[in-house]
Write a protein that binds this ligand. Structure first.
Ligand code: NDP
Length: 337
């Protein structure tokens, strides 16, 4: 008799990470149920990449719906990736950000407890925390013990959710992990984020056009990794024999100038800064000049490290945008290879 595969529930499956994680888990033999926001969802855009995923509607703001999902699908693992994920835009509606990125997590943790008590079944829980929790005045490589000094509505909510996860793990013995995610990108993250905008500018230039990218400060440094690598650390966090919190980062930084140069160099150009419009107001004092993660714990305990180079990541993003521009096809599963 063959046993049925374990089920993983991913919130935000039509986001960048949800898509990559779903594909990774299915390759490992999991059945994946993924939630999308009703009505507004990016599922129409990401559909080509989600073959095999059972997609269901669920709004994080519907605090009772999560219990129904647990009863209906009996997942062995839940990855909470859905979020109000744009840091700068979080100033536009702090209350919505708090409800989406904090209150919904509190409800999930409480519901998981009730589910455990009722069904005697432990469901493992992964929370997408963020390097933004460390705030703006940081130095050196940041690890799991670095204090939080959140300075945006996004970071405040993510930090509080992070501490709730630890509280439920320590107080209720829930198998719950935080992945402290540093920036990670792919051709599928959406062009509102800076790496996507730079990739699009380079691809447009490569195709003979011009689409200048507005940037606030070229010297800002981030620890940029590849989404395809970071979701593997998420998977390993819940596959480990005990729960914990992990910095998920490459351990190296690059500036926005490096990113521009890498993007334009990947299409044989050295005129990157001619395609930039400097707009200093885009930079905010609540953002860090530099954010670098120390992924030592993830390496030691999970055996994980990032494998995609910065240059390869940026070149892939530009190459996919060139294909989008030249074919007129916005999304295609072939863009994954
Ligand atoms: P995306 O923005 O690509 O995906 C977020 C998903 O959440 C989207 O599919 C969005 O749906 C969904 N969502 C937003 N609001 C709701 C809601 N009310 N109900 C249901 N779904 C909702 O983010 P990423 O995949 O890049 O990131 C995954 C997680 O990792 C997020 O929690 C993010 O905050 C965190 N993170 C990401 C980093 C990065 O560099 N990518 C860095 C640090 C943390 P819709 O498409 O409908 O808006």
């Amino acid at each position: 008799m063959t046993s049925s595969p374990p089920t993983a529930l991913i919130t935000g499956v039509s986001g960048q990470d949800g898509m990559y994680l779903a594909r990774r888990l299915m390759a490992e033999g999991w059945r994946v149920v993924g939630t999308v926001r009703p009505g507004l969802s990016s599922i129409a855009r990401m559909g080509p990449y989600l073959t095999g995923v059972q997609v269901v509607d669920h709004d994080l703001l519907d605090t009772t719906g999560f219990g129904d999902l647990l009863s209906r699908f009996s997942p062995r693992a839940v990855y909470n990736l859905a979020a109000f994920s744009a840091v700068g835009a979080s100033w536009s509606d702090p209350e919505l950000v708090a409800r989406t990125n904090l209150v919904a997590v509190a409800e999930m943790l409480e519901t998981l407890l009730r589910h455990r008590d009722k069904n005697s079944s432990d469901v493992r829980f992964f929370q997408a925390s963020s390097a933004e929790v460390f705030g703006s005045r940081v130095q050196g490589a940041l690890d799991e013990e670095t204090p939080h000094r959140p300075r945006t509505p996004y970071a405040v909510a993510k930090s509080a959710a992070h501490h709730l996860v630890i509280s439920y793990r320590e107080h209720h013995d829930l198998f719950a992990c935080n992945g402290i995610l540093f920036n990670h990108e792919s051709p599928f993250r959406g062009h509102q984020f800076v790496a996507g905008r730079i990739a699009r500018a380079a691809a447009t230039a490569a195709c003979g056009g011009r689409a200048p990218v507005a940037l606030g400060d070229l010297d800002v440094e981030r620890d940029w990794g590849a989404a395809v690598d970071h979701v593997e650390a998420m998977r390993l966090s819940l596959a480990h024999d005990r729960p914990g919190d992990y910095v998920i980062a490459t351990g190296t930084t690059h500036t926005l100038r490096d990113m521009l140069d890498a993007a334009f160099a990947s299409v044989g150009r050295d005129d990157a800064e001619d395609h930039v419009e400097m707009m200093p107001h885009l930079w905010s004092a609540t953002q860090a000049d530099s954010l670098c993660g120390d992924p030592g714990r993830a390496r030691r305990e999970l055996g994980w490290s990032a494998t995609t180079s910065f240059e390869d990541l940026i070149a892939t993003m530009v190459a996919v945008d060139v294909r989008r521009i030249t074919t007129g096809v916005a999304e295609s599963e072939s863009y994954l290879s």
